[in-house]
Design a binder for this molecule. Structure first.
Ligand code: HEC
Ligand code: HEC
Length: 223
């Protein structure tokens, strides 16, 4: 079954990196390249959720190898997105490495406490994220994306703190075959089993998780 054992694949995934990814990136040069990206991903790299419109993902703090791989995938069509394709096409391998290095060091992803309570069955987004639904072969997202969806290495990107519109768009893109760049179809297998309501709930759960965890920690700190 292809959706189990995600973490066991970590070692294998690393080997898939092609020679282009081995290029050393220079953040200072990358800042210059990023001049064409700021209109959407914003000067601080935090992106923006456009209500009723396109969602521009947060790039700041994503692993450099992950960013570089996505840019190569847009160029190659393994990720089919009309907005991003022309911008990825403009970049050569060195510029990809540079801009990836630039965004990776821009701002760290929030460090979250792994868990603040057991998953609540009355909160379906939280439940799916932490526990999944094994009756339908949906693994908990955090099994691959790490505790509190903070990401694991360069292969499993962080979800907590990413924009809800973007997260939902990716799950839909996998379901509809517009994104097919994930190793072994891991994410496609997951996304195919989710309905629209579940996608919206999970996306909202991860997008708001950092603030909710922060509020919880502050409350506890005040006791
Ligand atoms: C006109 C708006 C726009 C511009 C300019 C733009 N992007 Fe994007 N970017 C997007 C959108 C929209 C997506 C989401 C695409 C999708 O749904 O697959 C995206 C996605 C990405 C992703 C994938 C993030 C992830 O978490 O997988 C990367 C990496 C990225 N852009 C890098 C860049 C870089 C580097 C530049 C400049 C060279 C750039 N973008 C310019 C709109 C833009
Ligand atoms: C078996 C491992 C595995 C499981 C379980 C899993 N994912 Fe993923 N996910 C991945 C991998 C690998 C990627 C990176 C794909 C790539 O290389 O582009 C990914 C990427 C993503 C992305 C894209 C992030 C970005 O920045 O573009 C989203 C959104 C996502 N997963 C959501 C989920 C959700 C929601 C669940 C639970 C319902 C889930 N994932 C469960 C392996 C997994």
């Amino acid at each position: 079954m292809r959706i189990t054992g995600g973490l066991g694949l970590l070692a294998g995934l690393g080997l898939a990196a092609g020679p282009a990814l081995a290029l050393e990136g220079d953040p200072a040069r990358g800042e210059g390249v990023a001049g064409t990206c700021v209109a959407c991903h914003q000067a601080d790299g935090m992106g923006m959720d456009m209500p009723q419109g396109e969602s521009w993902p947060r790039l700041a703090g994503l692993p450099a190898d992950y960013i570089a791989r996505q840019l190569h995938d847009f160029k190659a069509g393994r990720r089919d997105n009309a907005t991003m394709k022309p911008f990825a096409n403009m970049l050569d391998d060195q510029q990809i490495a540079d801009v990836a290095a630039y965004y990776a060091q821009l701002a760290p992803w929030p460090a979250l406490p792994a868990a603040y309570r057991a998953a609540d069955p009355d909160e379906p987004g939280e439940w799916l994220a932490e526990r999944g639904d094994w009756g339908r072969l949906v693994p908990g997202c955090n099994q691959c994306h790490g505790p509190a969806g903070q990401g694991v290495g360069a292969d499993f990107p962080p979800l907590a703190g990413q924009h809800a519109g973007y997260l939902a768009a990716q799950l839909t893109a996998w379901r509809e075959g517009r994104r097919h760049n994930d190793p072994n179809g891991l994410m496609q297998g997951v996304a195919e089993r989710l309905n629209d309501d579940e996608i919206a709930l999970i996306a909202d759960y991860y997008a708001t998780l950092p603030e909710r965890l922060e509020a919880t920690t502050t409350e506890e700190g005040g006791q």
